[in-house]
Design a protein around this ligand. Structure first.
Ligand code: GAP
Length: 455
């Protein structure tokens, strides 16, 4: 089983993900996606956009702002209810999620417990502060997860919020999209963007951070059809998981119940994944009813309705919301793809078995030597390979080491240009997973790569 230490070490060593603000001693729970990380993340987002927006006639996309009108968050219920239960250790002042503390002494989760129940349970069970080991906590209280900021304007309240979910920008633009495009219920609006949460206990690398990215869809349906669309979206989420290289038997469905449901949801299925630190939420699919549009209609005084052209009936559509965390996707992909493989002779190679569509480098082009016209020939091959996306050219050092370097960052295929290439117009193509090598004519190379890796 891959460990978090292996993943974080690889990410730092190879330039996938660095700890944020490192030259100032770091800034807790913030991370920078380095050159390979951002390439991978962009591949993931482009694939999502293609699969769920471009290739579906019932979907359109938007790109809304991070700062929305502050009334948005009052109407959506986030100001009043987007809370987690928190308690402080009186001895060392460390802050903890009260439900997470309680869960250390119970099977299952503590989402259903009230603040009083959490306080009593933690006291009775003698649960210790994970930081200092003492058992002297404050009472549990609610902590709102939205980051506040102050606008420069004067006058009334100048508080604004960094959005804690991308979804609300979609609800605010529902009417604009209906009025300006040819969508018809059922249809969906998708968006990719940053979200911010003042998490009490962030951690596990990029799993729970304060600033992260979401890929969200709000899919508008007639109330009577919500179940069929809900089931179809859960299935679509499984298909997506397969496309990005996650393992089906590592996905677990959690039917979220009772108080654990978000304040807007009538039904939620979480797709949990076997991460190196345990089975935790990867994505979610929620039935948000017409909660958000109704509240925004009431708060704004603007009609947020759909008129059925057949029946002329006017109604507020209901919403199915499949939501995908970008950072959790990256962590799930990396932990699934990582392998330390012992080769014949005992050498261990680190390899990332990334799907070609996700891999940050598509093809590495390697001239055997730096002289005798091989680099020039290699540049021709590089130009050809770049039609598949980001490629690398590497002419430094022993060829075995260069292959290992590419294995470690998940490059699906390496193309080597040797002396024979100048005579036979062919190159050696080496596969990352099998390490098998094939001689391919340069004239056939593009169609070969397309068919085998990038089709
Ligand atoms: N609009 C619905 C919504 O925001 P959520 O379950 O709170 O639902 C959606 O968040 C997804 O965003 C999660 O399934 C997860 O992938 C990701 N996510 C949530 N909080 C996160 C955090 N603090 N750090 C990283 N990803 C997070």
């Amino acid at each position: 089983m891959t460990t978090m230490e292996q993943i974080t070490a690889l990410c730092k060593r190879k330039g996938f993900i660095y700890p944020g603000s490192e030259i100032y001693g770091g800034f807790a729970n913030s991370y920078t996606y380095g050159p390979y990380g951002v390439q991978m993340k962009n591949n993931l987002k482009a694939l999502w956009w293609k699969m769920f927006i471009e290739q579906r006639p019932d979907m359109v996309g938007i790109d809304g702002t991070i700062l929305l009108h502050p009334q948005t968050w009052k109407a959506s219920g986030h100001v009043d209810t987007f809370n987690d239960p928190m308690m402080d250790c009186k001895n060392c002042q460390a802050r903890h999620r009260a439900d997470h503390l309680a869960e250390t002494k119970m099977d299952g989760n503590a989402d259903h417990m009230s603040l009083e129940e959490l306080t009593t349970f933690i006291k009775e069970q003698g649960i210790k502060c994970p930081k200092c080991g003492k058992t002297d906590f404050t009472e549990a209280r609610q902590f709102n997860l939205m980051f506040e900021t102050q606008m420069a304007k004067t006058g009334e309240d100048s508080t604004a919020y960094l959005r804690p979910e991308t979804a609300q920008a979609i609800f605010l633009e529902f009417k604009n999209v209906v009025d300006t495009t040819r969508v018809k219920v059922p249809f969906g609006i998708g968006q990719i963007g940053k979200a911010f949460r003042n998490e009490i206990t962030p951690g596990n690398f990029i799993f729970r951070v304060l600033e992260f990215e979401q890929m969200e869809i709000e899919y508008f349906v007639p109330e009577s059809e919500w179940e069929q669309h809900f089931d179809a979206w859960v299935k679509a989420m499984y298909d997506w998981c397969e496309v990005i290289g996650l393992e089906k038997d590592k996905i677990h469905e959690l039917d979220v119940e009772g108080d654990a449901l978000a304040h807007y949801s009538k039904k939620t299925i979480d797709l949990e994944y076997e991460f190196p630190f345990g089975v935790k939420e990867l994505y979610g699919c929620a039935y948000r009813t017409n909660f958000d549009l109704t509240n925004h209609e009431n708060a704004s005084g603007k009609k947020l309705r759909w008129r059925d052209p057949q029946t002329n009936e006017e109604y507020i559509p209901h919403v199915i919301e499949p939501t995908f965390g970008v950072d959790r996707s990256i962590l799930a992909i990396l932990s699934t793809a990582y392998e330390e493989e012992t080769l014949e002779g005992g050498e261990v190679r680190t390899v990332l078995h990334l799907k070609p569509v996700i891999a940050p480098v598509k093809v590495a082009v390697l001239p055997l030597t730096k002289k005798d016209g091989l680099p020039e020939k290699a540049q021709e091959i590089l130009a050809l390979a770049q039609s598949f996306g980001n490629c690398e050219y590497d002419e430094g050092g022993n060829i075995g080491k260069r292959y290992r370097r590419q294995d470690e960052v998940g490059t699906p295929v390496c193309v080597t240009i040797d002396y024979e290439t100048l005579d036979d117009a062919a190159v050696t193509v080496r596969d990352r997973d099998t390490m098998a090598q094939e001689r391919i004519k340069i004239a056939d190379l593009q169609s070969y790569l397309k068919e085998k890796y990038f089709g």
